[in-house]
Design a protein around this ligand. Structure first.
Ligand SMILES: NC(=O)c1ccc[n+]([C@@H]2O[C@H](COP(=O)([O-])OP(=O)(O)OC[C@H]3O[C@@H](n4cnc5c(N)ncnc54)[C@H](OP(=O)(O)O)[C@@H]3O)[C@@H](O)[C@H]2O)c1
Length: 250
């Protein structure tokens, strides 16, 4: 199946490792031109080199509104437009001071909203614009207590759905992909496996598919939704969790 991604211009936030990196790799493999960011400049340089082709990158902290907006605008200009925006950076889990609630609000919610607002003119101009927001199954089922992370991911599902209605008439689709537990070297679940093995094992036991997902499996779903092949799909929250969540999805 041709996803129609050749020469599409894509921006992916937080893409030097893990899920964001796999999304950048998949989009590149499909022929898209990709720009990535993360805070660690050396990691950005290395990822850009390894991704190859026309990939570009910026050492950007998305929590800094001015720096982030300037990078998005510069990148959009350099690429001659933008067709795809993937909002991937997150504050991550943790229990929970008020300071952490603000941090997660800025990293999960505001980084996504600021990115969408900065890029919507270019995405509308594209005529085939697609936004994919990376959520989490923690938004829809109990996980680990009343964490800011879970609540902010839920806010993103609502934002994504509302925005999808607002901009569909102007040629932009908006979807969320909500992964369940995703295992990779250097990721949160590798750390949990080492520090809380019982919790790790009990989490795996709740997955009917028998294993946590990989970044590549999430990237496949994101790449499809970002592509013109998903032209009818907008406003959805696609759960990618190997059966981890138990609710009936209507
Ligand atoms: N892993 C899972 O099991 C899982 C499950 C469900 C949902 N998710 C979601 O999937 C997304 C990616 O998760 P992941 O596990 O792949 O994350 P990760 O391994 O922590 O990678 C995060 C990426 O974002 C960059 N980053 C972090 N803070 C940043 C900031 N302030 N500004 C710019 N870049 C920043 C990191 O590079 P620097 O550190 O150099 O900035 C890195 O490239 C998140 O939205 C997460 O909530 C993950």
């Amino acid at each position: 199946m041709d996803l129609g991604l050749k020469d599409k211009r894509a921006i992916v936030t937080g893409a030097t490792r893990g899920i964001g990196r796999a999304i950048a790799e998949r989009l590149t493999a499909e022929g898209a031109r990709v720009a990535i960011c993360a805070r660690d400049a050396d990691a950005v340089t290395e990822a850009v080199e390894q991704l190859g082709g026309s990939t570009t990158g910026g050492a950007v902290n998305v929590r800094d509104a001015d720096e982030y907006k300037a990078w998005l605008e510069k990148t959009a200009e350099e690429m001659g437009g933008v067709d795809i925006f993937v909002a991937n950076v997150s504050g991550g889990g943790g229990m929970d001071s008020e300071k952490n609630w603000w941090r997660c609000f800025e990293l999960d919610v505001l980084h996504t909203v600021r990115g969408c607002e900065a890029l919507l003119p270019a995405l509308k101009e594209s005529g085939n614009g697609a936004i994919v927001i990376i959520g989490s199954t923690n938004a829809v089922e109990y996980f680990g207590g009343p964490m800011a992370y879970n609540a902010m991911k839920a806010a993103l599902v609502n934002y994504s759905s509302q925005l999808s209605q607002f901009v569909r008439g102007e040629g932009v689709r908006v979807n969320t992909v909500s992964p369940g537990p995703i295992y990779f070297e250097g990721g949160a679940w590798e750390m949990i496996k080492g520090t809380m093995p019982k919790f790790y094992e009990s989490t795996v036991r709740k997955i009917p598919g028998g294993a946590m997902g990989t970044p590549e499996e999430v990237a496949n779903v994101v790449t499809f939704l970002a592509s013109p092949a998903a032209s009818l799909v907008t406003g959805t929250n696609l759960i990618a969790d190997n059966g981890y969540t138990k609710r009936v999805q209507l």
